[in-house]
Design a protein around this ligand. Structure first.
Ligand SMILES: [Zn+2]
Length: 497
């Protein structure tokens, strides 16, 4: 876990009179990748053949499309049992946000939506959790245990879009897609027992237990494209009935698809396969409902406050059970930072770094990286994927002004963002101390040259030679393995005077 406050007590131990002339160009480029991506490169969203709204899946009554849950060997009460067990297991296996404000917000939003979900009179317990995973995804377990990744909250433009994802999930619950899917899977392995209706109480009990072990590829979360269409359409109705702009459903999915063109689709689509004509089907349902209401609710200050809260959350130390997203290659990972430290003495400062990190750059700004820490980005350029870059930028305005550090840091961040279109500020600059000097600590989220996202932690400090900055880089998923090494290196920094 990242706590910058540790720097507040860095001991002061200035070294004697070395003059300072830190160079301007780094040996390793700060090439943080290109556009903001959800996952690695490659796959295009190729919608497979779909029997859109398969006949018999729903019947039409009046204007609004009506659905009923599919064939199911479980009772709604067993949905709750299965879901409760699986949710307890998921809570152990997944990194949760553990932010009471975020959970309270999700719960009040989720309950308002759930109140409009047609459950056929069944009272599901409905619980809502925030998962500390920046992948854009959400899932719902039977019985109403809904998990929303922080990445979904971060990616939503407004409350209606987040509500759309949650309404989609709640529709899977109301339509009992998880246990319906599990029923079909059981029917394949136990056809006679089930079709003969002789599956007794204890057999059902063991099925419930078996399904309650949460796993990545759980049959409970394998939805068909037909189920996806149903969840979209019912979710649109829920949005409408709750007073949200029902167009948000299509807008969010369009946005995800547009932003993932030519790249891997967001993780959401690996759990919720994208049905054909998704947007058209949602639009059609809005027409059936009589069009978007003129005073439909789109956003709230609460949502924007929660979104900022979530953006500022530290990344999870490690995803204990990375849900099965494609493309997260683990090959060629550098070895972990050594616990032994080697000394580096520059003209402007000294520091200690893990002794399995090499120094890159001579006479110019320096970088430290483990073997395999420098990767080729998409343009074939060397880019730092693991390690630390140290460089100096021109200060902004009068370096003796009170806010010179803030202004210079903001300009540096602007420049970095201009050069890296995918870069976003995950946590605004906060005051810390570095070797007794005022410094600012900022967290950024960016594309890793290895694919996926990386976390960039930047410390800036004004020195006679300019704005000295330290960028600590690691893939987001592994950042927790590097955090303490970064902290130790920064704690060891001693300025030359
Ligand atoms: Zn879905």
């Amino acid at each position: 876990m990242v706590h910058v406050d540790r720097f507040a007590v860095t001991h002061i131990e200035d070294q004697e009179g070395r003059s300072v002339s830190l160079p301007r160009r780094s040996g390793v480029r700060h090439s943080f990748g290109a556009a903001w991506r959800f996952l690695g490169a490659g796959m295009v969203l190729a919608a497979a053949l779909l029997l859109a709204g398969a006949p018999g899946a729903y019947a039409q009554q009046g204007e609004r499309t009506q659905f009923r849950p599919g064939w199911n060997i479980f009772s709604p009460q067993q949905d709750v049992q299965v879901g409760q067990k699986a949710a307890q297991d998921a809570e152990k296996k997944l990194p949760l946000c553990n932010d009471p404000k975020v959970d309270a917000y999700l719960t009040q939003l989720g309950k308002r939506l759930a109140a409009k979900a047609p459950t056929g009179g069944v009272q599901y317990p409905f619980e809502f959790h925030c998962v500390n995973d920046k992948a854009i995804n959400a899932f719902a377990l039977p019985g109403g245990y809904v998990f929303v990744n922080r990445g979904t909250i971060e990616a939503a433009d407004n409350e209606a879009q987040l509500a759309a994802v949650m309404a989609h999930e709640l529709s899977h619950v109301a339509l009992r897609h998880g246990t319906s899917q599990a029923s079909k899977a059981q029917a394949v392995s136990l056809p006679i027992a089930i079709l003969g209706g002789i599956l007794g109480g204890s057999a059902m009990g063991s099925l419930v237990t078996q399904l309650g072990a949460f796993s990545v590829g759980s049959v409970l979360l394998k939805y068909s494209r037909t189920a996806e269409t149903q969840a979209d359409v019912m979710g649109t109705q829920i949005l409408y009935d709750t007073g949200y702009d029902p167009r948000a459903m299509a807008q969010f999915f369009e946005k995800l698809e547009a932003e993932s063109k030519g790249k891997n689709p967001p993780e959401f689509f690996s759990d919720h396969p994208s049905p054909e004509h998704r947007v058209e089907r949602v639009d059609e349902e809005i027409d059936r409902l009589g069009g978007p209401p003129s005073n439909a609710h789109r956003d709230s200050p609460e949502f924007q406050a929660i979104r900022h809260e979530v953006l500022a959350l530290p990344v999870a130390p490690s995803a204990k059970d990375k849900r099965g997203a494609p493309g997260g290659g683990e090959a060629g990972k550098p070895s972990a930072p050594s616990g032994r430290y080697a000394a580096y003495q520059g003209s402007a400062f000294s520091l200690k770094h893990p002794d399995n990190w090499k120094k890159y750059g001579e006479g110019q700004a320096v970088s430290f990286a483990p073997d395999g820490g420098v990767a080729q980005d998409r343009n074939g350029q060397d880019a730092l994927a693991y390690g630390m870059i140290i460089n100096v930028a021109d200060p902004q305005g009068d370096p003796t002004a009170v806010n010179a550090l803030e202004e210079s840091t903001h300009r540096l961040l602007d420049e970095l963002q201009n050069a890296n279109p995918g870069m976003r500020i995950a946590r605004q600059p906060q005051r810390v101390r570095l070797n007794g000097q005022r410094a600012l600590s900022t967290y950024l989220s960016n594309d890793s040259p290895l694919g996926g996202q990386e976390t960039d932690w930047i410390l800036t400090v004004l020195r006679p030679e300019g704005l000295l900055y330290f960028i600590c880089v690691a893939p987001e998923r592994e950042y927790g393995n590097y955090d303490s090494a970064f902290v130790n290196v920064l704690d060891s920094v001693r300025f030359a005077r």
